[in-house]
Design a binder for this molecule. Sequence first.
Ligand SMILES: [Zn+2]
Ligand SMILES: [Zn+2]
Length: 280
Amino acid sequence: MSLIGLHVSISGGFLKAIERGKAFGCEAIQIFTKNQLQWKAPSIPPSQGIAFLKALRESGIRKVVAHASYLINLASEGDQKRKSVEALIGELDRCDQLGIGELVLHPGAHLGLGEKRGVENLQDGLRCVLAKTSHLKVKILLETMAGQGTVLGARLELFREVLEGLGWDERLGLCLDSCHLHAAGYEFRERSSYEHFARSLEKVFGLSRIGCWHLNDSRAERGSLRDRHQHLGDGEVGLKFFSMILNDDRWEDVPLILETPKDGTGDAGNMALLRKLRGY
Ligand SMILES: [Zn+2]
Ligand SMILES: [Zn+2]
């Protein structure tokens, strides 16, 4: 069984995030481990890490993934790259202190340098971060992107290239976002296209590399390269895909995390829909 859940706020502290997840019946949650709009963050004292793990065990939530700050851009150069490498090392440390095994990271934007250079920068940044954190087990899950502007990661081939360039390091994996994949042009809305897509993921990356899914419907059309999240079933992806993924054994123990809008049916409505589609 996959683990359904939400991205929850840490406002008020990490224990509050667990409470929020529990209130919605989450089996997995995603959190930022710091204010995602600031570079610096204080380190987490061991007592706080222990309290978090204890509360987590008691909550019934089986898995937590962290999402890295949006400021980090490993595809950049110069000062921004240097700050990004430093910040990512800090993020991995914070995950380790909280007992979190996976950190979702956007591959970054080349900002006009061109995709080739952006990918080289990304590889170089990841190599450096992995080397400097070799004492940690925390994995980095590179997230597939819609491809707006100069953002890298709309094509799965790019991830294959990055991973290959890093010798398929065991600490690297992927986070797949259904809204982003749809906007990037991938088709998986019918049984046959879904099977084809899932099998190609298995062949190219291996299922163990897929550490997380973001389940979002899309307001934007397939191939539009626009990142517009929508409530499940109210967008261009449609309920059939969500029903297929929820009932697919390939995603055993994989967190399926909602990042749907907070208005309208909201988190409660989208969580209820996931449970209904899964049958419990
Ligand atoms: Zn993301
Ligand atoms: Zn998005």
